[in-house]
Design a protein. Structure first.
Length: 268
């Protein structure tokens, strides 16, 4: 199907892929479209190097041109490189493409963060699957100095895939200094039962790193109380959502607003 789709495109059509991801090259191997590649680690038509990777953004060198962007993490470096390559292939001037990259903002609820008075970084992210949680924790790991705590607050949604619950807990407890298991959107399920199912995934050596608090606001407050200056708090699962769904009722709940208010109340 993909071959027919690409073969039907005009001669000016091009297909673009990340050659660092071997799976990404499969779909266009047989197409007649012009093949464009991009990568951070491999030889490619469009190559980027991460010069700086901080909570404030990325400094990239793309085909020997430096650009500062507000987006964070190596996954965004790939995204930005793909955007740049596409823009150039569509005829946009290089400096204009770089200018536009530097003006991009992160999507609401995706690695949004605030830095408190005591330099505690609180991150809110929509990660609600094992892969997404692992990716955001590894992104933080790439940026952090390792001299600070990483405290993760995470839950799993009710009336959804139960098999991911122990996996989410295993990832959070393995890749964090401390992990707090709490409610996400429990919907019609008992939040305590959901947390108990999460706890089954924690390996023995990580159990002392975890605590379970069903009330999500109290869980976030506990993370704020645990945090010392320069520590990092990740609140995962709900991201941009401004509600918590319990027994069919959506109650006001905004992770970013709550963690900001709690840190201020605690004088942190």
């Amino acid at each position: 199907m993909l071959k027919k789709l690409f073969d039907g495109l005009p001669k000016s059509a091009f297909a673009i892929t990340n050659v660092d991801d071997k799976n990404g090259t499969v779909m266009f191997q047989n197409t007649k479209a012009k093949k464009i590649t991009y990568a951070l680690k491999s030889y490619a038509d469009y190559k980027a190097l991460i010069l700086e990777n901080q909570f404030t953004g990325l400094l990239l060198k793309i085909n020997n041109h430096e650009v500062w962007t507000k987006l964070i993490g190596s996954f965004n470096a790939y995204n930005l490189l793909a955007i740049y390559a596409t823009a150039i292939e569509l005829g946009i001037e290089k400096q204009e493409a770089l200018r536009l990259l530097s003006s991009l903002e992160s999507v609401s609820g995706r690695f949004q963060y605030i830095i408190s008075k005591e330099k505690i970084t609180a991150i809110v992210d929509y990660a609600h699957t094992p892969d997404a949680l692992e990716n955001v924790l590894k992104t933080i790991e790439d940026i952090r100095t390792k001299n600070e705590q990483l405290i993760t607050v995470v839950g799993c949604g009710g009336d959804r895939d139960k098999t991911k619950r122990p996996v989410m807990a295993q990832i959070a407890s393995e890749l964090s200094t401390k992990a707090i298991f709490t409610s996400d959107n429990p919907r019609t399920e008992n939040p305590v039962t959901i947390i108990e199912e999460m706890e089954k995934g924690v390996e023995p050596q990580n159990f002392k790193k975890t605590v379970s608090i069903a009330d999500r606001k109290q869980a976030i407050k506990t993370a704020c109380q645990m945090a010392n200056p320069n520590d990092i708090i990740l609140i995962a699962g709900k991201g941009h959502e401004t509600y918590q769904e319990v027994n069919g009722v959506r109650n006001d709940f905004d992770d970013l607003k709550i963690v900001t208010e709690l840190l201020e109340q605690l004088g942190k």
